[in-house]
Design a protein around this ligand. Structure first.
Ligand code: GLU
Length: 308
């Protein structure tokens, strides 16, 4: 019989802006899930996309988490200091001929995707495989892509239930190393979750469509595949995901309890009878531990997807 691994969860913010009402929901859910399982909660700063990093924001995010009463169990990890791990994983894939260089520009990919499927409005164009057998003559390679096998990835989300995706159809061969030399999020996140022995990923639903890609890559690298739970997104008045890019306001930390109650309600729970942040966390952990069925998701933007 296999013994269950000790629970390790993580929150992995990118330092492109301070925490806002939407990112707090993801931080809260991962923190509560770790506490309710008596597990560890790690912080990983995803600062590989250097052009998007905002100076001083990492410290601000950590301060915000502390002010909200959230404590982590190991030293904070910075992706920018772990480049050799990503290189090693990449070398393993290269040795197995699972990656290839690609000389296509974004525009070319978009054009050929709309030629292949002219009636579909694709927000993310599946890569048509142009450079799979070698980049066209005279092109220098821009990015490195994973040779995606034709299999359906199926996994159970702890909140949303069974999910399926045929990555080769929906996404195609995806980028692991960008044309600007930066390691892609998809590679770094899988390597880190593996190396940090993360057993449970709890994060926002916007990343649900990345999960199949990550499971596939974890398997190719011989890493164990973490359980996942994706929580509802907070939308703004226009129905768009609240995000740093859409100009979401940083959290007001003059009223930490109010910010916590708001995030808790965004997860579909009733306001808690808590008079301070300590009692908030203790009540919230108890309720979270009883299962997400306790949440009333009526009217909340929470959807499942079956992207084939
Ligand atoms: N760094 C990602 C973000 O800030 C989250 C990555 C993850 O949780 O897998 O959206």
């Amino acid at each position: 019989m296999q013994t269950a691994l000790p629970y390790i969860g993580r929150f992995a913010p990118s330092p492109s802006g301070p925490l806002h009402a939407g990112s707090l929901v993801a931080a809260m859910a991962s923190f509560l899930d770790a506490r309710a399982h008596g597990g560890q909660w790690l912080i990983r700063i995803e600062d590989l996309d250097t052009p998007r990093n905002v100076p001083g924001v990492t410290e601000l995010i950590l301060q915000q988490l502390r002010a909200l009463g959230m404590r982590w169990d190991q030293d904070v990890v910075y992706q920018s200091r772990r480049l050799s791990l990503y290189q090693q994983a990449f070398d393993t894939l290269l040795a197995a001929a699972l990656v290839y260089p690609c000389g296509c520009t974004r525009r070319e990919i978009a054009d050929s995707a709309s030629r292949l499927s002219p009636t579909t409005d694709l927000t993310e164009h599946p890569y048509p495989g142009t450079c799979r057998l070698g980049a066209p003559q005279g092109r220098h390679a821009y990015a490195w892509r994973l040779r995606v096998p034709e299999i359906e990835v199926c996994f159970e989300d702890r909140w949303l239930g069974v999910q399926r995706q045929e990555v080769a159809q929906v996404v195609g061969d995806y980028v692991l190393k960008r044309a600007d030399g930066i390691w892609a999020y998809q590679l770094a996140v899988v390597v880190d979750d593996g190396e940090q022995k993360v057993t449970d990923i709890v994060r926002g639903e916007d990343l649900l469509t990345s999960t199949a890609r990550q499971h596939l890559l974890a398997r190719l690298l011989g890493l164990s595949v973490p359980r996942v739970l994706h929580v509802p997104l907070v939308l703004d008045a226009r129905g768009l995901k609240l995000s740093k890019q859409n100009g979401a306001q940083a959290l007001d930390l003059n009223e930490p309890l109010a910010a916590l109650q708001q995030a808790w309600r965004a997860l579909g729970f009733e306001k808690l009878a808590a008079s301070n942040i300590e009692s908030f966390w203790s009540l919230a952990t108890q309720i979270w531990g009883q299962g997400t069925e306790r949440a009333n998701l009526h009217g909340i933007n929470h959807r499942s997807y079956d992207a084939r």
